[in-house]
Design a binder for this molecule. Structure first.
Ligand code: UD1
Length: 425
C-alpha cells in the first residue's frame, strides 16, 4: 500500500486542468448497456472506480476500450453475454448497482450483487428497487443478489422517490428510456451529472424532458443507438483544488471547471474570504480576497445545496480559519471519519450528532494520518498542504478512486508532495 508524504507551507500558484467527472463517467458507462451500438465517451478520467466498473461491464460482455492518454473510451454492448454482476466485482464500488436498471430494461432480467456496507453509512438501495418495481419489474433478494425480472419489458409509470437519491434517479432514468409508455420521476435528483447522463441518453435516441428539475419525464422508445458524448468537468475535483488554493493563500486557475456547478461553494467561500471568479467561460480563478480566512457555517444538502462530497474539504479549511464554523451533514450518516485524523494534526473540532463545530487554530502540525474514504482522505491532503512539517497520509488507494493524478496536479502548482511505498500499513 502506498502513502503520500506532504511538506506543508507552499502557496499553490498556476493552472490545474480539471478532469472529467467521476460521478458522471460511471453512470454514462452503464448507459452503454442500453444500446446494441457503440457509445464513445471522451474526457473519461483515469481512475480506480472507472477501472472497477470496466470490470463489471466486462463480466456482462460489454467491451470497454480505454485510452488513458486521450481519455477516450469506446464501449460496445452489441451482445450482452451475461446479466449477472458478481459480488467480487460489485463490492469494490457501490456505483456498480447502476447496471441494474439498464440490464432490466434491455434484457428483461438482471442479477446484481447487493453493494453491501460502506464506510460512510448504511447507504441502502431500497429507492432503486422500489422505483424498478413501479416500472413493473419483479424484485427479489437471493443469496445477497438483487434479482430483477421483467420478461415482458418494463412499463412506464409515475415513480415518487421518498428521498432524493442521485443513484436511484440515474438507475430509473436509464431504465425508463426503454420502458413502454411514459415514466415521470418525481422528487428526482438535480445534479449536473444527472443532466449529463440525460443528455447522453438523448443523443442515443431517448426522449427525456425536465432534466435538472425534480420532475423528469421519459417517453419510452423501442431501441437506443450509438452516440458520442463528452463527460462534464468534475465539480468536486475543482472544488477541492479551490480549497487547496484558498488554504495555502495561493492563486490558481482551474481550467475546465464550470462555475455554474459550484454556486453552493462560491457563496460560503466568499464569506470565508475567498474569491472564485469565472474566466473565459470554462475556467475559474481562485485566490483570497482577504489576508485571513474566516469561519463559516455550511449544511450539506442534495444539489443545488452544498455537496456532501465537499464537506470534508471545507472542514479542513475551517481548521485554519479565524473564528469558528459549523458543518452539518444531512445527506449521509457517519461521514465525519476525517475528524479524528484532523485532530491528530492539531485541529480543534467537536462533533455533536450530525454537526461538527470547528474552531480555527493558528497552525496545524504534520502527522501520520489514515485515509478512510475518498473525500475524507483528500481533506487530510489539504490539511497537509498547510501543516508545519511533514504529513504522511496512509492508505491512499481511497484517493485514487476519485482523484486523477493528484500528485502531478498539486505538484504542478508548487505543492511539495511525493508518493512512496508504505511499509507500515
Ligand atoms: C452519489 C455520488 C456520491 C455522493 C452522493 C450524494 C456517485 C457515483 N456517487 O452517491 O459521490 O456523495 O451521490 O451526493 O454519483 N439512500 C437511500 N436509499 C436508496 C438510495 C439512497 O436511503 O435506495 C440514501 C443514502 O443512504 C443517502 C442519501 O439517500 O443517505 C443520498 O444517497 P444517493 O444520492 O443515492 O447517493 P449515491 O447515488 O450512492
Amino acid at each position: 500500500m502506498d502513502k503520500l508524504c506532504i511538506t506543508g507551507g507552499q502557496p499553490l500558484k498556476g493552472t490545474i486542468t480539471i478532469s472529467g467527472a467521476k460521478n458522471a463517467a460511471l453512470p454514462l458507462m452503464c448507459a452503454a448497456i442500453l444500446a446494441p451500438g457503440t457509445l464513445t465517451l471522451t474526457r473519461v478520467p483515469d481512475l480506480r472506480d472507472v477501472a472497477s466498473l470496466r470490470g463489471v461491464l466486462g463480466a456482462l460482455g460489454v467491451t470497454t476500450d480505454y485510452d488513458p492518454a486521450s481519455k477516450k473510451m469506446v464501449l460496445d454492448a452489441a451482445t450482452i453475454s451475461s446479466t449477472v454482476a458478481p459480488y467480487e466485482l460489485v463490492r469494490k464500488m457501490r456505483a456498480s448497482v447502476l447496471v441494474l436498471g439498464p440490464l432490466a430494461a434491455r434484457m428483461g432480467e438482471a442479477r446484481v450483487s447487493l453493494p453491501g456496507g460502506c464506510a460512510i453509512g448504511a447507504r441502502p438501495v431500497d429507492l432503486h428497487l422500489e422505483g424498478l418495481k413501479q416500472l413493473g419489474a419483479e424484485i427479489d433478494i437471493d443469496e445477497g443478489y438483487i434479482v430483477a425480472k421483467a420478461p415482458q419489458g418494463l412499463k412506464g409509470n409515475d415513480v415518487h422517490f421518498a428521498k432524493v437519491s442521485v443513484g436511484a434517479t440515474e438507475n430509473l432514468l436509464m431504465a425508463a428510456t426503454l420502458a413502454k409508455g411514459t415514466t415521470v420521476l418525481h422528487n428526482a435528483a438535480r445534479e449536473p451529472e444527472i443532466i449529463d447522463l440525460g443528455n447522453c441518453l438523448i443523443a442515443m435516441g431517448a426522449k427525456i424532458s425536465g432534466l435538472g428539475t425534480a420532475r423528469i419525464v421519459i417517453e419510452g422508445v423501442t431501441e437506443l443507438k450509438a452516440a458520442h458524448h463528452s463527460v462534464i468537468g468534475d465539480r468536486i475535483e475543482a472544488g477541492t483544488f479551490a480549497i487547496a488554493a484558498a488554504m495555502t493563500d495561493g492563486d490558481v486557475l482551474l481550467d475546465g471547471a464550470n462555475i455554474d456547478h459550484l454556486t453552493a461553494l462560491v457563496h460560503p467561500l466568499h464569506l470565508a474570504g475567498v474569491d472564485m471568479i469565472a474566466e473565459n467561460g470554462s475556467a475559474i480563478r481562485v485566490r483570497r480576497a482577504r489576508k485571513t480566512l474566516r469561519g463559516v457555517d455550511v449544511m450539506t444538502e442534495p444539489y443545488p445545496g452544498f455537496p456532501t462530497d465537499m464537506q470534508a474539504q471545507l472542514m479542513a479549511l475551517l481548521t485554519v480559519a479565524e473564528g469558528a464554523g459549523m458543518v452539518s451533514e444531512t445527506v449521509f450518516e457517519n461521514r465525519f471519519m476525517h475528524v479524528p485524523e484532523l485532530i491528530r494534526m492539531g485541529a480543534n473540532i467537536t462533533v455533536h450528532g450530525h454537526s461538527a463545530l470547528v474552531r480555527g487554530v493558528k497552525r496545524l502540525k504534520g502527522a501520520h494520518v489514515m485515509a478512510t474514504d475518498l473525500r475524507a482522505s483528500v481533506s487530510l491532503v489539504l490539511a497537509g498542504l498547510v501543516a508545519e512539517g511533514e504529513t504522511q497520509v496512509h492508505r491512499i488507494y481511497h484517493l485514487e478512486r476519485g482523484y486523477e493524478d493528484i500528485v502531478g496536479k498539486l505538484g504542478g502548482v508548487g505543492a511539495h508532495l511525493r508518493r512512496t511505498t508504505d511499509d507500515d500499513a
